[in-house]
Design a protein around this ligand. Structure first.
Ligand SMILES: Cc1cc2nc3c(=O)[nH]c(=O)nc-3n(C[C@H](O)[C@H](O)[C@H](O)COP(=O)(O)OP(=O)(O)OC[C@H]3O[C@@H](n4cnc5c(N)ncnc54)[C@H](O)[C@@H]3O)c2cc1C
Ligand code: FES
Length: 271
């Protein structure tokens, strides 16, 4: 869908991190956790390209926003890193955005009997909240959240309100355990050997480490990747990554936007 959306709120939840709620058509509630939106940050030539963001949350308002006639909303959680996100951060209630959504392939929820382990690095927590909301309906969910410092640890109380058990770590030890989120995860897995599946989103080195852990512990594992995107729908091939069968002789490329952003870790080449 392509639609005009009205900004409801745009709140700085931690330095440089914003949570934006905007109106969306009712069909948005069919979006699968892990799918994403492409946002045109303003009606001008610059910046030309839409910016991709994971769906942080979806829902319905108690009352209708009469100026746009919509009762459903979509939220994104984003970090200000450049021009587009800087512009987004300056928007207020009543401003409008042009959105393409929902895009890409989301997470497969798997067997409800499996415990679900979510692993988020920094703003990689963004698509994991909507996922946690869905998973917590039928499964036990734990979240391992990591960041460089306490300011990178976002919206943890929201996860806890869903009944999710949270394990926080920071590289500098300013919040939770000191060290990498993957170290905390590995320690937990060594102590608890029950059936579980992993869902991860964050920087590439973290995802690579999580994929390695999944391999060593023989766990099902899905990762949500980021890539530079122009079209978001599989037309420009600007977002390709190497698939598991890739070699110089037999190219195997996957579009992060259309074949992903969520992949089973075994489907990718991690070199
Ligand atoms: C499927 C998907 C989902 C995403 N979800 C989120 C989300 O939920 N929250 C969030 O904060 N960000 C998310 N991102 C990243 C976000 O799209 C970029 O941070 C944003 O486009 C940057 O725009 P900008 O104009 O502010 O920065 P630019 O001026 O374009 O770039 C500023 C800096 O950010 C880096 N950068 C820009 N785009 C990307 C990218 N796609 N991947 C990695 N680095 C990039 C550039 O190298 C540069 O260093 C997602 C990306 C993808 C592909
Ligand atoms: S962004 Fe164009 S093909 Fe993926």
């Amino acid at each position: 869908m392509q639609f005009k959306s009205m900004v409801i709120s745009n709140v700085e939840v931690s330095p440089a991190y914003f949570r934006m709620r905007m109106t969306a058509p009712p069909a948005i509630v069919e979006a699968i956790p892990g799918q994403f939106v492409m946002v045109r940050v303003r009606d001008a030539i610059d910046p030309l390209l839409r910016r991709p963001f994971g769906i942080f949350d979806l829902g319905t308002f108690p009352t209708e926003y009469t100026d746009c006639g919509r009762q459903t909303f979509c939220e994104i959680l984003y970090k200000v890193v450049g021009k587009g996100t800087e512009m987004l951060s300056s928007l207020h209630h009543g401003d409008h955005l042009d959105i393409l959504a929902p895009l890409g392939k989301g997470f497969a929820v798997g067997d409800p009997a499996d415990e679900k382990i979510l692993v988020g690095g920094g703003v990689g927590l963004a698509p994991l909240y909507y996922l946690a909301k869905e998973l917590a309906k039928n499964s036990r969910v734990r979240l391992f959240a990591g960041g460089r410092n306490k300011e990178d640890i976002l919206c943890i109380t929201e996860f806890e309100r869903l009944g999710v058990e949270t394990y926080v770590s920071t590289d500098d030890g300013t919040l939770g355990a000191s060290g990498l989120v993957t170290e905390v995860l590995e320690k937990h897995l060594a102590e608890d050997t029950g059936r579980k599946s992993l869902f991860a989103c964050g920087p590439f080195p973290m995802l690579k480490a999580v994929a390695g852990i999944a391999g060593r512990h023989d766990l099902e594992c899905q990762v949500s990747l980021e890539a530079y995107m122009a079209c978001g729908v599989g037309a420009c091939l600007g977002c390709v990554i190497k698939g598991k069968n890739h070699s110089d002789q037999t190219p195997d490329f996957r579009c992060v936007c259309k074949d992903g952003p969520v992949f089973f870790y075994q489907d990718l080449k991690w070199d």
